[in-house]
Write a protein that binds this ligand. Structure first.
Ligand code: CFM
Ligand code: HCA
Length: 542
């Protein structure tokens, strides 16, 4: 006999927490939010960017992954050496599907995996000599413009001074910029600390090096775009069509020289705010380049972002051209959307991805008439949920020496997880400035579940209770979700698909999701709870 019960968001939250010991349940309760914001209210608070409780199987990665894999990985002509055991280098090698086009000068080190391959004796006697030898060997074979060295966990534990080795080798070569990142995996609570470390070092050691001005009427940098599955290629195609010059992308399909020339841009467009906001702030502080938030995931968002850029330049020629491009690109997008909507309208999705996609991809689903039941980030900070960012104190004489100081002030003001909405208000009243933009909470419907640092147990439970038509996350979740009979789309690597950004990307995405949610194959899977199907639940929201 089947019993139909109606589940309220509070019931779901209770179900997710039921199995935990009281202390764990108390902490997780603060990271599971029932979205209740109305237009008049401030967005609800969530606990984010805090340590995962030991024993919980988190979806997160480590600081090394955020630094070496995410920020520095997509740059083709900087030679990246992992100082550590071979697994760290190997598992961060090309798994992110960041594409590159080396046609200009043919230099591309991405197909190589460079590592010092630390062994037991290096741990016991120290690995600095081995690192110096690896840098020398890389230089002799490739003569790159830059070599970056990345610390893994054991390097920090044994105390190898990777910065001293890098400095020494830089001086020795004279024509190769060698610098290092103290991005040991354990340094932070997630990848997020790795972004911060990477941003600081690139800014300190590289940005501003090329003083030759760049040509272009509307010069921008695109920050936080990593060319996964070719997204950056599609965005660059659109920029080019509009007459916008992209000086540098941080860091999809980027080069050494692009980073070195970033200070020549008139405007910074920030796409993945989480991973690169530090660079945007430093460029603003040191060079006075303002930044705006953009999003090229979703056709409507793409159009909106182009209009925002045109509005910044306030130039009729650019505004007209942007409108022409949108008018040219949109009909095909709309036609495909209308077709897939006949099958996707009303279907439901869950999105659990790193630090911005779980938000950005909701636009694409909305364009297909699909609803996001639940979403969350792996490692975002509260500002990514609540939609505000502190403006660090502008220091007119700021240079790379006080970057740390500026960020410490910013972090203290913003990222302290104990700060409440009221305390923010008090800060604003006291004259601190915040930039406001849309966070995940603003976008999601009332009554939806926003969950930070979701884990395997909760993911399975959510699927069991809410049975979404599609679940989006990463490789660690892929197969466990599919075994529950629900189609799973990787929003990190895009599986083997993409691009999904821009206009052409939107079309690709509609077709892919249509294929996944319309397929009958998933209904043949028997999920564990279907062995005894006494209970069928429907999710109720307002
Ligand atoms: Fe930014 Fe990214 Fe993301 Fe990210 Fe990442 Fe990524 Fe991601 Mo994987 S930079 S936060 S650290 S949009 S690698 S391209 S997909 S978790 S949501
Ligand atoms: C990382 C990279 C990752 C992992 C994706 C996944 C990516 O965090 O180290 O878990 O599938 O996008 O490649 O986020």
């Amino acid at each position: 006999t089947k019993k139909v019960v109606q589940l309220m968001p509070t019931d779901i939250k209770e179900e997710l927490l039921k199995k935990y010991p009281p202390k764990v349940a108390r902490k997780r309760a603060k990271q599971i939010l029932i979205n209740e914001a109305t237009e008049a209210e401030a967005p609800p608070e969530i606990l984010a960017n805090v340590r995962t409780i030991p024993g919980i199987i988190t979806m997160r990665g480590c600081t090394y992954a955020g630094c070496k894999g995410v920020i520095m990985g997509p740059t083709r002509d900087i030679l990246n050496i992992t100082h550590g055991p071979i697994g760290c280098g190997f598992y961060s090698w090309l798994t992110r599907r960041n594409q590159t086009d080396a046609s200009a000068d043919g230099v591309n080190y991405m197909p190589y995996c460079f590592s010092t391959d630390m062994q037991d004796q290096d741990i016991i006697f120290g690995g600095e000599k081995k690192l110096a030898a690896a840098i020398q060997e890389a230089y002799d074979i490739f003569h790159p413009k830059g070599i970056c060295v990345f610390a893994t966990c054991p390097v920090g534990l044994i105390g190898d001074d990777i910065h001293a080795v890098s400095r020494k080798m830089k001086e020795k070569f004279g024509d190769c910029n060698v610098f290092a990142f103290s991005c040991e995996g354990y340094k932070g609570v997630s990848q997020s600390a790795g972004h911060h470390i990477a941003n600081n070092q690139v800014f300190t050691n590289l940005v501003g090096e090329n003083e030759t001005p760049k040509e272009g009427k509307y010069k921008i940098n695109l920050l936080g775009e990593y060319n996964i599955g070719g997204d950056g290629f599609e965005i660059d195609r659109i920029f080019k069509k509009c007459g916008i010059t992209n000086i540098s992308t941080f860091s999809g399909n980027s080069t050494y020289d692009q980073f070195a020339s970033a200070q020549h841009a008139d405007l910074d467009c920030v796409m993945c705010h989480r991973s690169i906001n530090y660079v945007a702030d430093m460029l603003e502080t040191k060079y006075g380049i303002p930044w705006i938030k953009v999003n090229f995931i979703g056709a409507e968002s793409t159009a909106k972002s182009l209009r925002k850029i045109a509005e910044y330049f306030g130039d009729k020629e650019l505004t007209d051209r942007v409108e022409e491009v949108i008018a040219e690109e949109m009909p095909e997008v709309k036609a495909v959307a209308a077709d897939v909507r006949t099958r996707t309208e009303g279907k439901t999705a869950m999105l659990f991805v790193g630090g911005s996609r779980a938000h950005h991809y909701q636009d694409l689903f909305a364009e297909m008439g699909m609803k996001t039941l639940s979403a969350g980030y792996e490692f975002a900070h509260r500002d990514d949920y609540e939609g505000r960012q502190v403006i660090p104190e502008l220091k007119p004489d700021a240079d790379s020496r006080n970057i740390e100081e500026i960020e410490v002030v910013a972090d203290e003001k913003l990222y302290n997880p104990r700060k409440t909405t009221d305390e923010y208000k008090a800060l604003e009243d006291a004259g601190f400035e915040f930039k406001h933009y849309e966070g995940m909470n603003d976008q999601m419907d009332k009554g939806t579940l926003i969950i930070d640092d979701l884990n395997q147990y909760e993911a399975d439970k959510l699927v069991e209770l809410l049975k979404p038509d599609i679940f989006c996350a990463g490789i660690k979740e892929k197969f466990s979700i599919q075994k529950l009979g629900v189609p799973m789309k990787q929003l990190h690597s895009y599986d083997s698909g993409g691009p999904y950004a821009g206009f052409k990307g939107a079309i690709n995405f509609y077709k892919e999701i249509d294929r996944l949610v319309s397929s009958k194959v998933w209904s043949y899977m028997k999920a564990p709870w279907q062995e005894s199907p006494e209970l069928t639940a429907t999710f109720v929201w307002e």
